[in-house]
Design a protein around this ligand. Structure first.
Ligand code: NOJ
Length: 980
């Protein structure tokens, strides 16, 4: 049987046109996973109990006599008991952090074995600082802490019996743990005897009353009301041809997390579904199966499903018009989450994880911005990417030779299409031994890199985690000598199949692997003279794929859960963080091979909470269909709100051959994604933009130019994200958190704080669309300047959506900096002049920001950057547009505590930009033609095209003032006065 399986997977290694699509049924549903079944049936039992009128009560309670206040009172510990197993000890540890986040940990104490408790140490940036002032007080029925401003006070109570944790604000429940009594931490136990069902029911003969027949009744074991009456997959379970042995026995964890006053939940990426998570439970549930978090390589995934995908972030936002809170569950094992809305205004979620301690962070909000900063404080903000990585990336599986790369680059230049990065997929390598060149087709890799770099571009090369098991591969040979590979359940080297055939996987949980692995990237050679990737350069960055890990002959295409990692942990304990360790080490390796360090770019497919500190992610193998194009948008938004701002989906779809209209629309989606890369499967036809026929080619060229012209906006948004933790792309509920009708909208979004509102078209044949404006504000069509009016209640406006112009509005009140000279790559724009587009608000004002630095070094950490503010203010007779440095606003630290340099406008980088002009100022929405426009004493020439004013209620093309060459510079302070 096993040889059949291997043979089937060998097929995968053949040219993929022979591959049969893997179906959804190749991945588990909840009822095919024993611990999920156990958790979900527990919830069913509880629900039945309640509907039958009996009260369901959690067996867990906190023993008040054991409570100890620690760390000055901001933390307490205490013993938890379960009435089911009174002899088992659980310890509860609850802390208040300095920013009001509450951490609840529970673990079994003095148990037979140990639960994995290190997920947080990988996810968190550092150990959080506890609150110096919030103190727990122990009462008769609960432990309680109250903190925060009077009007927005948070109260957290931990009730003794049953054990319930409640976070309230202004007397209203915000988050409740175990309110439904589904908390269950399966304790470690001895395996009594194979196949013995310890909970077996017994027949008991009842004594009959006189004249009646004696009856047999089944007496259930005492714990059956809670745990059921049969053991289910506690020590072993089989699925398809696989047997998962569980030497540690059961240790799953169930917990209900409810949001009684929040009707919308978002997050827990990654799933292909709507942003506002549809229900999986309750009447009329949208999905049948819970959301699954288990990093897997799902081939041809469905465009609407709760199936797990490549990455997992156990963070959920709960939102209502008056409150946003979030919960981060730091667990690394497979996890399933049911979502239900018992009423329109409330949400119940039920989390079931296979192993690990309970480690839950309650983020009190109370608004989205605070939730973002609370989460970034915990897990870190996104890293500031190299500027070039916000340009356009051209990838395919594969560019087949060094000359192929050269000719692709040439074609881009001949067609005047901007591009920053060319990518090499796995076929560059000899027999899929990554970092070793296939010299037949790639005889001169360093020359190729240099040719690309000579035209101010970069390359990204793939390095996967599977290591071909052959001793002529130095990475394998050394890895084996150093004993760094993951082991199978028998204790020998784990072997699995991937692109490289028989492969091994480095165990990055083993700290001995880190320095060694990083040294492999040294292109100047290693100190010890051993092999390193010398045929590489500092302009090469890295793509980490298949790091879930993807294993073709493994269960659900991944690693057997009973494989063993460093420290004796089973793979099941660490599965969801495994891929993040790979990108963590890779990003350090890429950074450390340059002197002085340059910012690394690493793209990862697998990720976990905290991965935003290491690189970008993409949504994996999407299909070239309209449906997949559409779902990519909420997927990117969902990743953004969960910290992974640098996100994108393969433009064009990985599989299939998108028709030109679809591809053209997809370029617009990509141009408005934080990470913008076109990619295609090896079997697809070539589809680089220059191959498109007209008019598509010209439209795509313009879309790419639009992306490049707005790079200042994107880079500024990324900088803001690194400082505040706010996402780079923002859905309605984030920008307008009080506007209820916008809460479920996920097909339009804002770019940073720029005021750009985009709604990509994801259907064929569309010529116009509606955009929702959730506030009483004027919004301008980016291209025509047409002014639309929203309303406080929210309003749909109809906007043109021809193929040439993806729907894009500017929110009144914004000032957009752009660079409008078409260039072949972003590096060539460094000294290009700026255009400032001032979109006046209904009250006649506007503001905007611009962040610039050298785009690749860490000089910004020494204060070498430009950060400017632009402001427009109206009086009766004037509109005054001015700019100044934001030095005084520059915080000392980013939200995650990373120190920021003092900013002074006269730094070396800013000085080097002296002389870079503002070449155009455009003002939309003036009431009338200015009588004069001046900068200091100089009268400026201008063109005024009459139209609708920002102030008022009229719709139609807005008035437009254009001042060319105002004689202003981007790094200097100036004031332009429009006399009305
Ligand atoms: C799977 C990745 O998702 C895809 O993008 C890549 O092209 C193939 N692996 C081959 O490396």
């Amino acid at each position: 049987m096993r040889s059949l399986v291997v043979a089937a997977w060998l097929l995968l290694l053949l040219p993929t046109r022979f591959v049969v699509a893997v179906k959804e049924q190749d991945f588990k549903k909840c009822d095919e996973s024993a611990f999920c079944r156990r958790g979900r049936t527990l919830a069913h039992r509880a629900a039945e109990h309640v509907t039958s009128g009996e009260k369901w009560k959690s067996p867990y309670s906190l023993d008040a006599s054991t409570i100890v206040l620690e760390d000055g009172g901001s933390r307490f510990t205490g013993r938890v008991r379960s009435s089911l197993y009174p002899e088992i000890k659980f310890e509860l540890d609850v802390r208040v952090h300095e920013d009001g986040v509450v951490r609840v940990r529970m673990d079994e104490k003095e148990g037979l074995r140990k639960r994995y408790d290190e997920a947080a140490s990988w996810a968190l940036l550092k150990e959080p600082v506890l609150s110096p002032s919030s103190k727990w007080s122990v009462g008769k029925k609960e432990v309680k802490v109250v903190y925060g401003e009077k009007k927005d006070q948070v109260e957290v109570t931990v009730e003794f019996e049953p054990l319930v944790v409640r976070m309230k604000r202004n007397g209203k429940d915000q988050v409740v743990l175990n309110g439904q009594g589904l908390l269950h931490m399966e304790h470690f136990r001895e395996k009594v005897e194979e196949n013995v069902k310890k909970l077996e029911a017994t027949d008991v003969e009842m004594v009959a009353a006189e004249g009646e027949e004696a009856q047999k009744v089944i007496q259930l074991p005492p714990n059956a009301w809670f745990e059921g009456d049969t053991e289910d997959g506690l020590w072993q379970e089989s699925w398809r041809s696989w047997t998962d042995t569980k030497p540690k026995g059961p240790e799953s964890l169930s917990l209900d997390i409810n949001f009684p006053n929040h009707g919308h939940v978002y997050g827990i990426p990654q799933h292909a579904t709507r942003l506002d998570l549809p229900t999986t439970k309750g009447e009329g549930a949208f999905f049948d199966d819970p959301y699954r978090l288990y990093n897997t390589d799902v081939f041809e995934y469905l465009a609407s499903s709760t199936t797990s995908l490549y990455g997992s972030i156990p963070l959920i936002h709960a939102h209502s018009a008056d409150s946003t809170v979030a919960v981060f569950v730091s667990v690394a094992s497979e996890t399933w989450i049911d979502v239900a809305h018992p009423t329109q205004k409330s949400t119940e979620t039920h989390w079931v994880s296979e192993s690990g301690i309970l480690d839950v962070f309650l983020l009190p909000g109370p608004a989205p911005d605070q939730v973002f900063s609370q989460y970034a404080k915990l897990t870190g903000a996104v890293q500031l990417p190299p500027h070039w990585s916000l340009g356009y990336h051209q990838c395919r599986w594969n560019y087949v030779s060094t000359n192929d790369v050269r000719s692709v680059q040439k074609r881009f230049d001949e067609e005047d299409i901007p591009v920053d990065v060319f990518w090499l997929d796995i076929e560059y390598s000899e027999d899929h031994k990554y970092m070793i060149w296939d010299k037949k087709n790639f005889p001169d890799p360093v020359d190729m890199f240099n040719d690309v770099e000579a035209l101010a571009r970069k390359m990204v090369v793939i390095v996967d985690p599977h290591i071909k098991r052959t001793h002529d591969y130095p990475v394998y040979k050394e890895g084996q000598e150093l004993d760094l590979f993951i082991r199978n359940k028998h204790g020998s080297e784990f072997e699995g199949w991937c692109w490289s055939g028989s492969s091994a996987w480095i165990d990055f949980f083993n700290p001995n692997s880190w320095e060694w692995y990083k040294s492999l990237y040294k292109f100047n050679g290693r100190n010890d003279g051993k092999w390193s990737w010398t045929e590489s350069t500092g302009a090469v960055h890295i793509w980490n794929d298949m790091n879930e890990p993807s294993i073709f002959n493994g269960p659900e295409i991944t690693m057997e859960k009973d494989s063993i990692h460093y420290g004796g942990w089973e793979h099941r304990d660490v599965h969801n963080i495994n891929g993040m360790l790979f990108v963590n080490i890779t990003s350090q390796a890429v950074k450390e091979r340059t002197t002085p360090y340059k910012r690394p770019f690493v793209l990862t497919r697998s990720f976990y909470a905290g991965a935003q500190r290491f690189g970008a992610m993409w949504t994996g193998d999407n299909l070239g269909t309209w449906e997949h194009m559409a779902v990519g948008i909420p997927m990117v938004l969902s990743n953004n709100i969960a910290g992974m701002s640098f996100a994108g989906a393969d433009v064009g779809g990985f599989f299939g051959n998108p028709e030109p209209e679809m591809l053209t629309r997809w370029y617009f989606v990509g141009a408005f994604s934080p990470f913008f890369r076109a990619h295609a499967h090896i079997d697809t036809k070539r589809r680089e933009p220059y191959l498109l026929a007209e008019p598509y080619k010209s439209i795509v060229r313009e879309t790419l130019r639009l992306r490049y012209s707005l790079l200042p906006v994107w880079y500024t948004a990324f900088r803001e994200s690194t400082v505040t933790g706010l996402p780079v792309v923002r859905p309605q509920y984030v920008v307008l958190p009080k506007n209820e009708p916008g809460f479920s909208i996920d097909d339009q979004y804002y770019v940073g704080a720029s005021g750009l509102l985009v709604k990509p078209i994801t259907e064929a044949g569309v010529t116009e669309t509606t955009i929702y404006i959730g506030e009483d504000q004027v919004y301008y069509d980016f291209y025509s300047g047409h002014a639309y009016r929203g309303s406080a209640k929210g309003k749909n406006v109809t906007v043109p959506a021809p193929l040439e112009r993806g729907p894009l509005l500017i929110r009144g009140g914004s000032i957009l900096p752009s660079r409008e000279r078409p260039r072949r790559s972003s590096a060539l724009m460094k000294r290009d002049p700026f255009t400032l587009k001032v979109a006046l608000s209904q009250s006649g004002s506007a503001s905007g920001e611009l962040y610039l630095d050298d785009g690749e070094s860490y000089g910004h950490r020494e204060g070498n950057f430009v950060w400017r503010e632009f402001v427009a203010e109206s009086t009766k007779k004037t509109v005054i547009i001015s700019t100044k440095d934001l030095g005084s606003k520059n915080p000392d630290r980013a939200v995650d505590g990373v120190e920021l340099a003092t900013y002074n406008g006269g730094n070396a980088f800013a000085n080097a930009l002296n002389g870079v002009r503002v070449e155009r100022i455009v003002v939309l929405g003036l009431k009338n033609r200015p009588s004069k426009v001046t900068l200091g004493n100089t009268d400026l020439e201008f063109i005024f095209e009459g139209g609708v004013a920002a102030v008022g209620k009229k719709e139609g093309v807005a008035s437009k003032l254009t001042v060319k060459n105002p004689g202003a510079f981007i790094t200097s302070d100036w004031t332009v006065v429009l006399g009305l």
